[in-house]
Design a protein around this ligand. Structure first.
Ligand code: ADP
Length: 268
């Protein structure tokens, strides 16, 4: 896209000259556009669950005399409101991440601890679906960043691996150091992603299969959050996938330098 947005101002200099000021507003315009799109997306995505909650509440009132119906509507109301809560939380997280370019106050973070915390959070859902999460050996690697956000990112990948995998399958999580980078890999034996959708899955609210994703309670924001966390840490994310075989997501982050080895005594 080669279009450019320019703000032009004219100033009269005496009677013979006019000064023309042209300001390049392309970047400001682009950011504005991102913000407007986001607000439009969000309102669209909130409409359905809010409408459901309203309808269910109304149905509940009318079903007051039938305990079985009351229970059914109440259960769905609980599910919908939980979804709405999750959606709101993720919208806030994403909008914060989008407005930043880097981590505000980076600290030294141990990646093995990040992986352990993320796996812990995914355990209950994995167990309920008889999915084994296998964690590789410790890497002893560190990065500069925000531990909470890194846990969110790795957890989102593991949660997706679990959500889009059949009962009884295996999810692998590994960390390795490679050429100044730390690579965190999450592999599953799940449904996979069609090639045509591979570069769209990181867009906010994009879902390969709307119906299935709704069923699993997804918001369509998980991978957008992962992408922004990784970018704010100066890293990148890649995906490999084959429909029917499974997917592998790899986050790469710049490794924090290890402390220099202690002096050996041959220094002057
Ligand atoms: P959702 O909340 O729908 O899971 P995400 O942003 O986390 O949203 O993912 C976007 C879409 O990418 C999902 O709806 C799903 O179609 C696809 N996807 C993500 N991770 C996987 C995976 N491990 N296996 C198969 N499909 C996946």
């Amino acid at each position: 896209d080669a279009s450019m947005h320019v703000r032009v101002r004219l100033a009269r200099l005496g009677t013979r000259y006019v000064l023309l000021l042209a300001e390049d507003r392309t970047e400001a315009f682009r950011l504005d556009e991102v913000r407007r799109d986001f607000v439009a997306n969000v309102s669209h995505e909130l409409k359905t669950p809010i409408a459901s909650v309203g309808l269910l509440a109304e149905a509940l009132v009318h079903a007051a005399d039938e305990p079985e119906q009351v229970r059914r509507f109440a259960n769905r109301l609980t599910t919908e409101s939980a979804r709405l809560g999750r959606l709101t939380q993720e919208i806030i997280e994403l909008s914060r991440l989008q407005s930043q370019e880097a981590v505000a106050q980076p600290e030294l973070v141990k990646i093995d601890a990040v992986v352990a915390a993320a796996v812990d959070q995914a355990r209950i859902v994995a167990d309920a679906n008889h999915i084994t999460i296998a964690v590789g050996k410790k890497s002893r690697s560190e990065v500069y960043g925000d531990e909470r956000l890194l846990v969110v990112a790795v957890h989102n990948l593991i949660a997706n691996a679990v959500n889009y995998s059949p009962d009884g399958s295996r999810v692998g999580v590994g960390v390795r150091r490679n050429d100044g980078a730390v690579e965190i890999t999450v592999t599953d034996q799940g449904v996979g992603i069609p090639e045509a959708d591979l570069d769209r899955i990181f867009e906010r609210f994009f879902r390969v299969d709307q119906a299935r994703s709704r069923h699993t309670g997804g918001t369509g924001l998980g991978l957008a959050i992962v992408k922004h966390v990784v970018q704010n840490h100066g890293g990148d994310i890649r995906v490999w996938s084959q429909p029917g075989k499974g997917s592998t997501f790899t986050i790469r982050l710049p490794e924090a330098p290890h402390p220099a080895p202690a002096a050996t005594g041959d220094t002057p």
